[in-house]
Design a protein around this ligand. Sequence first.
Ligand code: ZN
Length: 522
Amino acid sequence: MKADVEIYDTTLRDGSQGEGVNFSVADKLRIAERLDAFGVHYIEGGWPGSNPKDLEFFRLAARRSWRNARIAAFSMTRRKGSKVEQDELMRQILEAETPVVTIVGKSWLLHVEEVLRVRPDENLAMIGDTVRYLKDHGKEVVYDAEHAFDGYRENPDYALATWQAAVTAGADCVCLCDSNGGRLPKEIAGIVRTAAARLTTRLGIHTHNDCGLGVANGLAGLEAGATHIQGTINGYGERTGNCNLTSIIPLVHFKLGRRGVPADSLPRLKELSEFVDEIANFRHDPRQPWVGQTAFAHKGGMHVHAVDRVARSYEHINPEAVGNARRVLVSDMSGRTNILMKAAELGFQLAPDAPETRAITTRVKELESQGYEYEAAEASLALLIRGILDHNPELLFTVDSYHVSMRSNGRQSVCEATVKVRVGDQVHHTVAEGDGPVNALDGALRSALVKSFPQLGKVALTDYKVRILDGVAGTAARTRVLITSSDGRREWGTVGVSENIITASLQALVDSIEYALLWQSK
Ligand SMILES: [Zn+2]
């Protein structure tokens, strides 16, 4: 079914410009895969040519098939005084081989004359030439009108002329941007309404959160006639961030009553939000609307039934509709629903009342209280579920012993790991060096196991993150290690937790290899 509102995710481009956000290529692919599975309509992967990482992302993305989303590459209008077909930016954007290209251009005369230093008519030509050139190359073109609202306030005729230039050249969507986040919902609505009456193309809205109005302004745009909205998961982005899609997505569905992402994706919203934070190595904001841990938490103390009645009257929607849970009444049931959904995604069919389901839920809760997180470690969760369903299946291999050491000559340091593993009645003993302990351990473990399992030759560790968890009352701080592995076709995540970083890393590495052997490289 066609959507009424197109969700355009720019977490990987505008979002990655936020302070502290630094995605690796593997991170970007994992996030893109999740967004695709969730059902967003567009994923803006980056700005090819701005850095080699984005170029590599597009090279890998072009080889994958995407179920729901169209991949977009971002760039700007051709440079002044150059021919579009000779412009370096155009060469780079075509090289990204995406079906969609998003081009940013100027609407505000102040920027045209004082920042870009071109004549107003040359700016119009830059917009028109660029859009036409990309349409001629078969692209779907989204035109991002930078500072659209500030530009319109200062000179409405000129701003409209720039948007019209994109429409005339064949743009599929003109997206009005509140680039510095300074406008109010009423102003956004008024200008979007005027643009909707004048332009014959689809209209989009792109807002920033500098006044705390990113979501409100995005919503105002949608109510005034925009049918395309750009934003980021958890509101990542420059300064105070972009319009937060984890609010916009449920707002479109529950409050505007329009079709955005597929309805059956909504119960996975909280999980998507936590996944992206986990990959970005941020603590999930407990007070985040819709998806935060306290979003549906009620201070209780009354009789359970009374709280139930009161809680519902205090909630604007049913928390489970977005994968969240009411906190006073954290029933065993809601925990179980999440596990059942997650298990089904991983290919396990569990009955809600089966004793195994209860055992898995209890085990997951136990481990989460020790610091494990499964949002981005689906492979570890799959192994845990398999372990309980198959009543502790025989291990494919065991690590008998290991040793990690580091030496440094003051300038360079090298880590060395030795590992002894057992596969059936065979014992392999290997040594490897690496630029860090995890790297060395991974090398030793895989070179020991590849003798028995040659399919591991294709598997590589692509990323790992370390988070120190606060010690709770009297216990030492624990370390959580999250590892991403790849077999070249897809990525999977595993987790380890320990007071010792090496032990935590080994757990995550062992899970990663077991998962590869059981699920991936068959
Ligand atoms: Zn922006």
